[in-house]
Design a protein around this ligand. Structure first.
Ligand SMILES: Cc1cc2nc3c(=O)[nH]c(=O)nc-3n(C[C@H](O)[C@H](O)[C@H](O)COP(=O)(O)OP(=O)(O)OC[C@H]3O[C@@H](n4cnc5c(N)ncnc54)[C@H](O)[C@@H]3O)c2cc1C
Length: 278
């Protein structure tokens, strides 16, 4: 396996498009484990994109915010200009050592259903800009994930930007996860809630959950029940019941189906109340 460090996006795209089976690597906290444990095919070429300046950092744009996919999880976790649910999701990832290496782009492109930035990005209606030698396209977060560890990324394609629109920056949001212990535990379930409030009334709601379906799942039925409700005295029980009907959890090494169903409601309740400010 050859390892090449790219210094520009163009260089990375040339390298990735030039040899079948080539793969990008950023922090390597997912990919190195897969390769070391023999859990996936060894690519003929690994293209390191972590040091490409154009893929790093967070910047304001005319219509929102653009996050470079090589921005570390540690940076996402501590930024005050990003929605709370995304920062909280980032803070839930691994340990300080992992967060210092891991990137948001790696978390997204690894596409694990339990990835802790995925439900926040779906709740925030993020858009992913994908580039290859033949051009760029923009894919909504909701359509990017197609199965466990599967995305719409094609051969030679690189995630080059994550966009969040101004309207989503303006709302209030919260994230909750549960794992087997507090530190360095993968989510058994996670949940992100985003609300737009107007005079104490929920004008718009977006709810997404992770690890309860093959992909991060938006709960449109639960969202519909929230819209138009006054936050003071909000009865969350019908919303939680609707959410329970919308998820499709399975039993695996991390948790049983029954446990996942049960805790999804608790996590959603907490996230909803925090986002609503009650
Ligand atoms: C001990 C440990 C604890 C962890 N805990 C958590 C946790 O609590 N929550 C959680 O969500 N994750 C956790 N992880 C998983 C991992 O750290 C995260 O998913 C991390 O964000 C991956 O980022 P990375 O930069 O290291 O990705 P990499 O390993 O570099 O890449 C991951 C995948 O994304 C692809 N990729 C990377 N960048 C791009 C790009 N720009 N365009 C296209 N494809 C790209 C790679 O080809 C690879 O397939 C943990 C991992 C370890 C080892």
């Amino acid at each position: 396996m050859e390892y090449r460090v790219a210094t520009t996006v163009e260089e990375a795209l040339e390298a990735l498009g030039g040899r079948d089976g080539s793969r990008p690597v950023a922090g390597g906290t997912d990919l190195a484990v897969v390769l070391a444990d023999g859990l996936g095919a060894v690519p003929p070429l690994l293209v390191d994109v972590a040091g490409i300046p154009a893929l790093q950092g967070v910047r304001r744009t005319a219509d929102g915010i653009a996050i470079g996919p090589a921005t570390t999880i540690a940076e996402i976790a501590t930024r005050s200009d990003l929605p709370a649910c995304l920062c909280q999701g980032a803070r839930a990832i691994g340990s300080p050592q992992i967060r210092n290496l891991a990137t948001i782009g790696g978390n997204v492109c690894n596409a694990s259903p339990c990835g802790d930035t995925l439900s926040p990005l779906v709740a925030l209606e993020a858009a992913f800009v994908l580039a290859s030698r033949s051009g760029t396209r923009t894919v909504p977060a909701e359509l990017f994930f197609v199965g466990p560890k599967k995305t719409v990324l094609g051969p030679g394609e690189l995630l080059v930007e994550i966009r969040i629109a101004s309207a989503r920056l303006a709302g209030r949001s919260a994230f909750r996860m549960i794992g087997k212990r507090n530190g360095q535990a993968i989510s058994q379930v996670n949940a992100a809630v985003w609300l737009a409030l107007e005079g104490g009334v929920i004008r718009e709601a977006r709810v997404a959950v992770g690890s309860v379906a093959p992909v991060p799942l938006r709960l449109k039925g639960a969202e519909a029940l929230l819209v138009g409700k006054t936050v003071r005295g909000l009865d969350v029980e019908p919303v939680l019941a609707r959410a329970a009907a919308e998820i499709a959890p399975i039993s695996d090494v991390r948790a049983s189906l029954e446990y996942r169903r049960l805790v999804t409601g608790s996590l959603l309740r907490d996230a909803l109340l925090e986002a609503a400010g009650i």
